[in-house]
Write a protein that binds this ligand. Structure first.
Ligand SMILES: Cc1cc2nc3c(=O)[nH]c(=O)nc-3n(C[C@H](O)[C@H](O)[C@H](O)COP(=O)(O)OP(=O)(O)OC[C@H]3O[C@@H](n4cnc5c(N)ncnc54)[C@H](O)[C@@H]3O)c2cc1C
Length: 233
């Protein structure tokens, strides 16, 4: 899906090795690198930096987004091309989720997770999380656990990230009050895959003054200013 979205002729992707510096000049937003080389210009500046949106706002706009970072980790095991008879074909969701295989014939992997850690805001791998995931697998999907144990424990890998959440568990989408054409799309929490596209469409509609894909009440309930405050000195 992401590959298809990024193939849109009007979407350009640039990978930067350091965060750009925004500046509003001559009715346009300019992004510079640390050497003051101009990277890009545009009419609107959209901040969609996940859990880093708050620190970017603090540094460049003196604003604080009242987010609750929630670190999460999932464990995955790259699978061999041939799987045993009876291998589960559907994801299972109990206290945790188990996704038996990615639908990609080249490389399949089993995913287990994810953890929710409200005490840390860094994407650090924690081996306790993996142990919890393996325990869940052993208790709920014994044959899967045994098959992977036979393949060898060293095959397990982990991914950690930080989710950005707000107190009401809704995303923040829209224009920042008092700023010229600055927009935020963040706070997708643990529902970014399902909510991200709709929120993106809402934001594009707001920027272009097009009809919204949701009701006025629904769109307004996501207004980013509800959780924006001036940064204390
Ligand atoms: C372990 C884990 C499991 C998850 N599982 C699910 C799931 O099953 N379903 C689901 O819907 N959601 C899931 N989520 C949540 C989902 O990943 C997020 O909701 C989603 O990624 C949020 O999208 P985003 O674009 O707002 O932020 P991100 O995906 O975090 O993207 C922000 C981007 O901004 C970049 N960035 C940061 N700072 C700067 C800067 N200064 N300048 C330029 N770029 C910058 C970052 O490098 C990053 O690429 C999970 C999250 C975790 C951590």
């Amino acid at each position: 899906m992401v590959t298809h979205l990024l193939a849109h002729p009007r979407i350009q992707v640039r990978v930067l090795h350091a965060p750009p510096i925004p500046e509003y000049t001559d009715d346009a937003w300019c992004l510079y690198d640390a050497q003051r080389t101009l990277i890009d210009t545009g009419q609107a500046l959209v901040l969609a930096l996940g859990a880093y949106t708050d620190s970017f706002l603090q540094e460049h706009f003196g604003l604080k987004l009242l987010t609750q970072p929630v670190r999460g980790q999932l464990s995955y095991y790259p699978l061999p091309p041939i799987l045993p008879e009876g291998w589960p074909s559907l994801a299972s969701v109990a206290k945790k989720s188990m996704i038996p295989a990615r639908l990609d014939k080249e490389q399949q992997a089993l995913f287990v997770g994810a953890s929710f850690d409200r005490h840390r805001d860094q994407a650090i791998i924690d081996h306790t999380d993996r142990q919890t995931h393996l325990q869940y697998l052993a208790q709920n999907h014994r044959s899967v656990f045994d098959f992977l144990a036979d393949l060898g424990e060293q095959g397990w890998q982990d991914f950690a990230g930080v989710r950005s959440m707000l107190a009401d568990r809704l995303p923040v989408v829209g224009a920042v009050n008092g700023q010229k054409n600055v927009y935020i799309l963040s706070g997708l929490g643990s529902r970014g895959f399902s909510l991200g596209l709709l929120c993106g469409e809402l934001l594009a509609s707001q920027i272009n003054a097009h009809p919204w894909p949701v009701s006025l009440g629904q769109g307004n309930s996501l207004d980013c200013n509800r959780y924006l405050r001036s940064k204390p000195d």
